[in-house]
Design a protein around this ligand. Structure first.
Ligand code: URA
Length: 209
């Protein structure tokens, strides 16, 4: 898949397999998602720019580093994005958060915005947009359209599972956006669920099955 980075790690594979199991209850599902999001966040943040920083240890002066520029922004696509955002915020507590809420109009199926809140100066930030499931790509594409309209330029998309159909749609709509995922599954079924997938991520995070 062009432009897609598969974060391939034994710990992620092990934890993700437990998440996929249908009997895994919401508290364990949430905890594993949080752990995986920190492992994914480690990879996603690998190329963040640094500046030199003169510091003093208890022993001597030395030069260290700090993250350059404005704080990054983590955008959660509601509601399942919340499950992925929490671990990232634990990893990078100084990050700002944005939220995008969209629902699908039952008549013409286009994405309707019901909530949008973002920090200022998006054009100067590294913006990480998160949603656990990249299925058809429709909501991710609509969210990215909205986030770009708000000014964001440097954008990466992070998910837990991606379907080939969603990756293709994203690459076509937003070729400038790098996708990171923990797994690329086989396909979508007739209800647009990822196969084998893990079911409805929002329901499994929040116990609304
Ligand atoms: N959203 C989900 O939560 N699960 C899927 O399989 C597809 C979209």
């Amino acid at each position: 898949m062009s432009g897609t980075i598969l974060v391939d790690h034994p710990l992620i594979k092990h934890k993700l397999s437990i998440m996929r199991k249908k009997e895994t209850p919401p508290p364990l599902f949430r905890a594993l998602l949080q752990e995986i999001s920190m492992l994914l966040g480690y990879e996603v943040s690998r190329n963040l720019p640094l500046v030199d920083w003169d510091i003093e240890t208890p022993v001597s002066k030395t030069s260290g580093y700090k993250l350059a520029g404005r704080k990054m922004c983590i955008f959660s696509i509601l509601r399942a994005g919340e499950g992925l955002a929490q671990g990232l915020l634990d990893l990078i507590p100084t990050a700002k958060m944005g939220h995008v809420g969209l629902y699908r109009d039952p008549n013409d199926l286009h994405a309707v915005e019901y909530y949008f809140k973002a920090p200022d100066h998006l054009d100067e930030r590294f913006n990480l947009v998160v949603d656990p499931m990249l299925a058809t790509g429709n909501s991710a594409i609509a969210a990215l359209d909205r986030i770009k309209r708000a000014g964001a330029k440097n954008i990466t998309f992070l998910c837990l599972l991606a379907a080939p159909e969603g990756i293709k749609a994203m690459n076509e709509a937003h070729p400038d956006v790098q996708i990171y995922t923990a797994a690329i599954d086989e396909k979508l079924n007739e209800k647009s669920y990822i196969v084998p997938g893990l079911g409805d991520a929002g329901d499994r995070i929040f116990g609304t099955l």
